[in-house]
Design a binder for this molecule. Structure first.
Ligand SMILES: [Zn+2]
Length: 374
């Protein structure tokens, strides 16, 4: 997660408060109205043995990734770890290098994204992207930022890989992407963090600028820091001067930020695009009813983005820019985790139970989304 001026979580905190307690500010309440048509639950999306996250495997991935991951050699070691684990699950990964010409001209380093497809049963049904950056801030081990998310992508790969064929459970077999219509596209982004020239999000920008990458995407779930929780009163911080009373002061929820309302004036099919955004949020909202941690879906009106540019802090922003429905899933980063972007962002600081719950929410949401044929 890139550094912020704080406005992102000003909006997020307002939305959280509205969702939890309601709020007399009716105009804001209208603006943040939840999606009216949550995604219809899939029979195999929840509490299915074959879809269970392995908490031990998650933490093993977090510990095994190189720390930090900001030099050419450490990033290459991270890429090799990722592609090796995917190969273990029978998934072939593609390396997408970008920015080579720019590096020659400007000196800004090039990068490498890793893309892996888990095909569904219907090649025309489209794909759901699950994406996260694997690079770190200089000097930070990046356990929460963003090892927690990379571990979740790898566990998602294991669960939905063709090895699901061996599951004897009927429902688990039904969740095999070979029988679900949509594909899953795992994307491990390079260079999300700030570069020497002040730029960032370079990997997700490069990915979304390739038409072949995005032609069939129906929705994108972007993870950035999903493994830190705090339970002592006062440990969850908020921006100063927030005009909302009774904010939650413990950090035991997972935030899902999405768009609602008019999405783009150039879009010819506004209603369809809007409902796709609602489907993403709805998939998480449904999961939230079953398995912890508490999960807060935050629908943000498109019109607010002009006033709150810090809503665009992570790899979901390039997808929104391309009018692709996308959500950002996060533990709220620096407003909760005191180790954010420091040398202390180590595996032992993560809450493994919280991370397991976060990852399970992601798997549940994906299971529901890939089961939809439309
Ligand atoms: Zn970061």
């Amino acid at each position: 997660m890139r550094k912020s001026g704080g406005l992102f979580f000003t909006i997020a905190a307002i939305a959280i408060t509205l969702i939890i307690w309601g709020n007399p500010l009716n105009y804001i309440l209208t603006a943040f109205a939840p999606p009216s048509e949550p995604v219809r639950p899939s029979i195999f999306s929840l509490s299915t043995p074959g879809l269970s996250i392995d908490a031990g495997a998650l933490m093993a991935h977090v510990r095994s990734l190189p720390q930090p991951r900001n030099s050419p050699s450490s990033k290459e070691a991270a890429r090799q770890y990722i592609t090796s684990r995917l190969a273990d699950y029978g998934i072939q990964a593609e390396r997408q290098a970008y920015g080579i010409e720019q590096e020659r001209l400007t000196g800004v380093a090039s990068g490498v994204n890793i893309v892996a497809n888990i095909p569904g049963s219907d090649p025309t049904a489209g794909s759901i992207v699950l994406g996260a950056h694997y690079d770190t801030e200089i000097g930070s081990p990046g356990a929460d930022d963003n090892g927690s998310a990379i571990a979740t992508l790898l566990e998602t790969a294991r669960i939905f890989s063709t090895q699901a064929d061996s599951q004897s459970d009927v429902l688990a077999a039904a969740a095999d992407p070979l029988t679900a219509p949509k594909s899953i596209r795992l994307v491990f982004f390079d260079q999300e963090e700030r570069q020497i020239d002040g730029s960032g999000l370079l990997g997700s920008l490069a990915f979304t600028q390739q038409p072949g990458n995005i032609a069939d995407i129906k929705g994108a779930i972007i993870l950035d820091m999903i493994g830190y929780a705090c339970h002592d009163p006062g440990c969850q911080a908020y921006p100063p001067r927030l005009p909302i009373p009774n904010l939650p002061n413990t950090g035991d929820f997972l935030a899902v930020l999405g768009l609602t309302g008019q999405t783009d004036l150039n879009q010819t099919d506004l209603d369809q695009t809007d409902s796709d955004h609602a489907d993403l949020l709805g998939a998480f909202a449904f999961s939230a009813q079953r398995i912890g941690p508490t999960l807060l879906t935050l629908p943000v009106p498109q019109s607010m983005l002009n006033f709150f540019p810090d809503l665009l802090r992570s790899d979901h922003a390039p997808f929104w820019d391309k009018n692709i429905p996308a959500v950002l899933v996060s533990d709220t980063a620096n407003f909760r985790n005191p180790h954010y972007h420091t040398a202390q962002d180590k595996p032992d600081t993560l809450d493994s139970i919280f991370l397991q719950g976060s990852a399970q929410h992601v798997v549940n949401a994906i299971a529901a989304l890939i089961s939809q044929s439309g």
